[in-house]
Design a protein around this ligand. Structure first.
Ligand SMILES: Cc1cc2nc3c(=O)[nH]c(=O)nc-3n(C[C@H](O)[C@H](O)[C@H](O)COP(=O)(O)OP(=O)(O)OC[C@H]3O[C@@H](n4cnc5c(N)ncnc54)[C@H](O)[C@@H]3O)c2cc1C
Ligand SMILES: *[C@@H]1O[C@H](CO)[C@@H](O)[C@H](O)[C@H]1NC(C)=O
Ligand SMILES: *[C@@H]1O[C@H](CO)[C@@H](O)[C@H](O)[C@H]1NC(C)=O
Ligand SMILES: *[C@@H]1O[C@H](CO)[C@@H](O)[C@H](O)[C@H]1NC(C)=O
Ligand SMILES: *[C@@H]1O[C@H](CO)[C@@H](O)[C@H](O)[C@H]1NC(C)=O
Ligand SMILES: *[C@@H]1O[C@H](CO)[C@@H](O)[C@H](O)[C@H]1NC(C)=O
Length: 538
């Protein structure tokens, strides 16, 4: 641990000499170069006697700046010249770099955006409307799996695929309940609850956390004991970014059978899809906790020339057991789907992750360690919750609307099982007993341009509006990890807007919002850890 004064000071002189208005000339951030230099001075000074930080600092002058910025943009909607760029990207190599960033960011009044996997649907982890820097966590990614205690300590720069792979490497009968997309980051996913196809058996990811490390607003590194139960509660579902920088989580592993079964079958309206879905909504949220059947609803061509459209409903399942038990369950309680033995694939839990991510099930498992998704798209998502069954006539009206809109899709994820048993106040995520399923509204497209984006976003808003009579109300519930800035944003230029924050806050957290506000007010009274939809202070 040397005092690398020579590289430090050469970095500084390079900055001072070479700092020109940034190439991204339409970015208002390019005018603040002198304050950025004092910010860098502060970072260097605060890490002088610990781990050298200079190789973790990327200014807009650095040739790698754009590629570092783009490396974890997971929604192409924010990969363009008109989105404001950060003044600087810091890629901590050590916890002391995070501590320096928190201290210096406040001292120099520069907003911090924390990015782990970069999957935020609204790009909130790497965009802003005020001058900001990105604290990019991708270098902090140790994983320590301990089968004896059935736990795993994972730093927040880790992806879900890496977590799953490293657990399975040590044990064939352990897993962790988390999202179905392997490139999603631990930092955003778990701090925002995180659900996947074992949710009906084990709850959400944040229900299975036993410890955490956080750097708080004073730059202190705290664990569960030293942060206290309030702050620990807040960062297991309330979103980490309102409270501090989460460094790691300690996961409670869960048991999985050596053989699980997956299937995917699709039915169009012509194949009685509406009747089958009507039965699904009574069956899926109340069946055996080992069974999770997601539904994907899309508009597809009914005829070769595409003149006539129809709706296709795809049923995709994970069953924590073998196909024999699954088939007897399905034949008894959900014969309408007509599931056959040949539809079922028995495999390991780890390979079921490939199946759910549309990867060939026999592919090398190392694919799960790939941090770059197979493809990137332009995205918009919204969410809703259904508490009352929808009638067949209701579904038919919805199909008519979707066919009219054409470019939208919906995912239904059944609740019930363990989800209905966990009290709504156990963690900030409040959507428990009484919920039948969650809807994710889905628009993907492939073309650059603001008009194109506006078109697709508007289609999705229309569908969301049309669904009003069928979904939860007062409040209309939503899921934080399906971040949707249509639900309101705070005017966050250093200001605190309680009223705006209350609107989305109550949709995401219901009554738990008030406890989150109290904790926020206590741990970060000056609202340094803020973003478009953070928890406001009182
Ligand atoms: C392709 C895709 C598939 C998805 N599938 C699922 C799914 O199956 N289940 C599900 O529940 N969700 C799913 N999501 C949503 C996903 O869980 C959220 O977007 C999640 O917040 C992403 O975490 P991240 O670290 O990748 O994102 P980031 O964009 O890095 O972060 C998201 C938010 O968390 C904050 N944050 C990140 N790291 C930290 C940290 N270390 N400390 C404090 N705050 C932090 C960020 O500032 C930001 O506000 C999916 C998203 C995508 C794009
Ligand atoms: C450097 O940090 C020390 C404390 O670690 C502080 O006393 C000193 O003022 C700082 N110097 C500058 C130039 O910021
Ligand atoms: C850019 O940053 C990298 C890593 O910090 C460093 O090695 C490189 O010298 C920097 N390049 C410039 C032009 O500053
Ligand atoms: C993001 O934009 C840059 C600059 O236009 C481009 O070079 C890059 O390919 C884009 N990334 C993706 C994944 O399309
Ligand atoms: C649809 O349902 C009708 C009546 O219940 C039945 O006769 C028909 O065979 C079903 N069609 C398909 C494709 O399953
Ligand atoms: C569906 O039809 C449209 C024309 O309306 C055509 O452009 C498209 O390629 C067709 N899609 C498929 C999957 O066949």
């Amino acid at each position: 641990m040397g005092h690398k004064t020579t590289p430090l000071f050469s970095l500084l002189s390079v900055l001072v000499l070479l700092h020109q208005p940034s190439q991204i000339s339409d970015s208002p951030s390019s005018s603040s170069s002198s304050s950025d230099n004092t910010f860098i001075h502060c970072l260097l000074n605060h890490t002088l006697h610990s781990h050298p930080i200079n190789s973790a600092i990327f200014t807009p002058n650095n040739a790698s700046f754009s590629s570092v910025l783009q490396a974890y943009i997971r929604n192409l909607r924010f990969n363009n010249s008109y989105t404001r760029k950060p003044n600087l990207i810091l890629t901590p190599l050590h916890v002391s770099h995070v501590q320096a960033a928190v201290i210096c960011g406040q001292k120099h009044n520069l907003q911090m955006k924390i990015r782990s996997g970069g999957h935020d649907y609204e790009g909130v982890s790497y965009t802003s409307s005020e001058p900001f820097f990105i604290l990019d966590m991708f270098n902090l990614r140790s994983i320590d799996v301990d089968i004896e205690t059935e736990t795993a300590s994972v730093q927040t720069g880790v992806t879900l695929g890496e977590v799953f792979y490293r657990i399975a490497e040590k044990s064939k009968i352990h897993g962790f309940p988390a999202g179905v997309c392997p490139t999603v980051g631990v930092g955003g996913h778990i701090s925002g609850a995180g659900y996947g196809n074992m949710m009906r058996r084990y709850g959400v990811s944040a229900d299975n956390i036993v410890d955490a490390e956080i750097v708080d607003v004073h730059g202190r590194l705290l664990d569960r004991k030293s942060m206290g139960e309030d702050l620990f509660w807040a960062i297991t579902g309330g979103g980490g970014a309102s409270f501090g920088v989460v460094i790691s989580y300690k996961l409670k592993l869960v048991r999985v059978p050596e053989v699980v079964t997956v299937f995917q079958v699709a039915r169009t309206l012509e194949q009685n899809a509406t009747d089958i879905l009507y039965k699904w909504q009574h069956f899926a949220p109340s069946t055996d906790n080992d069974l999770f059947i997601r539904v994907i609803i899309e508009v597809v061509n009914a005829t070769q020339n595409g003149e006539k459209k129809t709706v296709r409903i795809t049923f995709i399942a994970l069953f924590l057991g073998d196909s024999k038990r699954l088939l007897s369950l399905m034949n008894q309680d959900f014969p309408e789907l007509g599931l056959k033995k040949s539809d079922c694939i028995e495999t390991s839990w780890l390979r079921s992750v490939l199946f759910w991510d549309n990867i060939v099930i026999t592919a090398p498992l190392e694919i799960l360690l790939n941090r770059v998704p197979q493809s990137l798209r332009y995205l918009k998502r919204k969410s809703d919750y259904v508490k009352e069954p929808i009638s067949k006539e209701g579904f038919e009206r919805i199909w008519k609307k979707m066919i009219e809109l054409r470019d939208t899709a919906m995912y239904f994820n059944p609740y019930g099982g363990r989800m209905a048993e966990i009290p709504a106040t156990a963690i900030p995520f409040p959507h428990r007993a009484g919920y039948l399923w969650k809807i994710q509204y889905h628009a993907n497209w492939n073309e650059e341009g603001k008009e194109v984006a506006d078109y697709y976003i508007e289609q999705l808003r229309k569908l969301h509006k049309f669904m009003t009579p069928y979904v939860s109300k007062n409040p209309r519930a939503a899921y934080l990890n399906y971040k949707d800035l249509d639900l309101g944003i705070t005017n966050h230029n250093g200001k605190n807007c309680y009223q705006e924050g209350r609107v989305y806050g109550v949709m995401y957290f219901k009554a738990n919002f008030h406890r989150l506000v109290q904790i926020k007010t206590k741990v970060d009274p000056h609202n340094y850890f803020r973003n478009e939809q953070s928890i406001p202070t009182l």
